[in-house]
Design a binder for this molecule. Structure first.
Ligand code: ADP
Ligand code: 5SP
Length: 459
């Protein structure tokens, strides 16, 4: 059996899956935690990757490997290839002011949407580079090359300084529409143009990993990609689907045949990991809202879910606006969360649990609406989709059925599928057998969304 390895180096952890290249059957897997915080030494990702790989039984029998990772993170390297400072992650909001300045300097949001498909907010790499130039000029001067988390891991594994269309499209200085870097934008933002990874096509090889494997040759590396692009590949999303992913970030995205450019800034016009595009809405707050509610109540996530299902729809008027980490969509980097409608009656663990789940889902329904699509299927994935309460309440809040694929590591799976594509060649990724899906339906609760909107907008 020929095996492939897929990696998901996400915000909270690193996951590795080893799958049969031909059928996609899961053979073994492993995971390891990442440190907390919005700036992280990339060495921690490397350590977690080694641990997760070891827990997955190593690379025995693996012929190709690919890395999917959290998007946007700024990894600066000096002339020798050493990391200049801790990476600033997608959820680090210190560059919000830099984002505002850059939008104004280029002539407004429309100019950005036309130039690179997205209007930058603090998440985008270009704004982090501007922040670095302004606040740490010594580190900016030492920066000879800049790359993203998946680029850095791929480089450490195989020695080639490369990226792919999907991840490049989250920098703010690469255009999905033209398929080229906008070094003029990078120069204007950063004051210099550091070395940038070469952008590979979806089937290109990104080097080789020389590991002792009992006389077999090196492991071939696929280009890898951003985690959302990998998730789209892993779940097998096709035009007509919207995927809602509940992880550390919340995302709603679709596979499209043409690039998008939304001047409102809500929809990021990313490229995907094939030769298509991935319009995407991203929130800073998603499953950690549930983690926070569980912590507040002193219960685990399963108990939180059961409590949420004990309370009535609408939580008796208790509404949670879940901007616990500031927010990106809407662009409110300094926002905080709030609870509305506390009464003696709603001051129970069940009401609070319900308000947290509904608040998260109303927030994600706003993200879904911002995409402006009427999809044939809404797929719910990510760690949050493991929650029974989330699965049952989601169709009521979204006002449409949701389809939940078997719980799994869809980012790592997408990376593994990309690795199998590298091995097999062919115009499209290999067709893999898929696990089952479960469809959830419920009567729509528009009044819950209306009350959420009032609280959100301070009415
Ligand atoms: N049974 C569960 N119920 C609710 N949430 C869960 C459950 N299992 C995992 N999660 C959530 O999944 C989150 C991690 O999701 P994941 O998609 O792995 O995130 P990321 O890839 O961004 O690191 C955790 O924050 C946790 O809240
Ligand atoms: O910034 C974005 C998308 O634009 C995030 O989706 C990151 O890519 C982090 O992903 P997770 O760790 O939540 O999967």
């Amino acid at each position: 059996m020929t095996l492939v390895a897929g990696v998901d180096s996400s915000t909270q952890s690193c996951k590795v899956v080893i799958r049969d290249a031909e059928t996609g059957a899961l053979v073994r897997q492993g995971r390891a935690a990442h440190p907390d915080g919005t700036e992280v030494d990339p060495a921690a990702w490397w350590t977690a990757l080694q641990e997760a790989l070891a827990r997955a039984g190593g690379l025995d029998g693996v012929e190709a490997m690919s890395v999917g990772a959290q998007q946007h993170g700024m990894v600066c390297l000096d002339e020798s290839g050493a990391v200049v400072r801790d990476a600033l992650l997608w959820n680090d909001t210190r560059s919000a002011g830099a984002a505002r300045d850059l939008v104004e300097e280029l002539g407004g949001p429309l100019r950005w949407a036309e130039a690179v498909g997205s209007v930058p907010v603090a998440s985008f790499t270009v704004t982090k580079l501007r922040w670095l130039a302004e606040h740490e000029p010594g580190n900016a001067r030492r920066t000879a090359r800049v790359c993203l988390p998946h680029d850095w891991l791929t480089w450490r594994l195989g020695g080639e300084f490369v990226t792919d269309r999907g991840d490049a499209s989250g920098t703010g200085y690469w255009s999905p529409a033209t398929g080229s870097y906008r070094t003029d934008i990078l120069k204007a933002a950063f004051g210099a143009v550091p070395g940038l990874p070469r952008v590979l096509g979806p089937r290109d090889q990104a080097g080789e990993l020389d590991v002792p494997r009992g006389g077999r040759g090196p492991v071939r590396l696929a280009p890898g990609t951003g985690d959302n692009m990998a998730a789209a590949l892993g779940v097998g999303a096709v035009p007509g689907d919207v995927v809602v992913s509940l992880g550390t970030s919340g995302t709603a995205f679709a596979v499209a045949d043409v690039p998008s450019a939304d001047p409102s800034g809500a929809v990021a016009g990313f490229a995907d990991a094939t030769e298509r595009f991935l319009p995407l809405v991203c929130t800073l707050n998603a499953t950690r809202v549930l983690d926070a509610a569980a912590r507040l109540l002193g219960v685990d996530l399963d108990r939180l879910g059961r409590l949420a299902l004990e309370a009535p729809a609408g939580a008796g008027g208790l509404v949670c606006v879940p901007y616990l980490e500031g927010e990106r969509t809407p662009n409110l980097p300094d926002a905080t969360g709030s609870l509305h409608g506390l009464t003696l009656g709603t001051s129970t663990p069940a009401h609070l649990a319900r308000a947290a789940v509904e608040g998260l889902l109303c927030h994600m329904a706003d993200a879904f609406d911002a995409l402006g699509l009427d999809p044939a299927r809404v797929l719910l994935i990510g760690g949050g989709a493991r929650s029974e309460a989330v699965r049952r309440i989601a169709p009521a809040i979204f006002g449409r059925p949701v389809v939940v694929p078997e719980p799994g590591e869809y980012v790592a799976d997408g990376a593994a599928r990309q690795a199998a594509w590298l091995l097999g060649g062919g115009a499209e990724p290999p067709v893999w057998e898929r696990g089952g899906t479960e469809r959830f339906e419920a009567d729509a609760t528009p009044d819950v969304r209306a009350r959420y909107a009032e609280a959100r907008d301070g009415r």
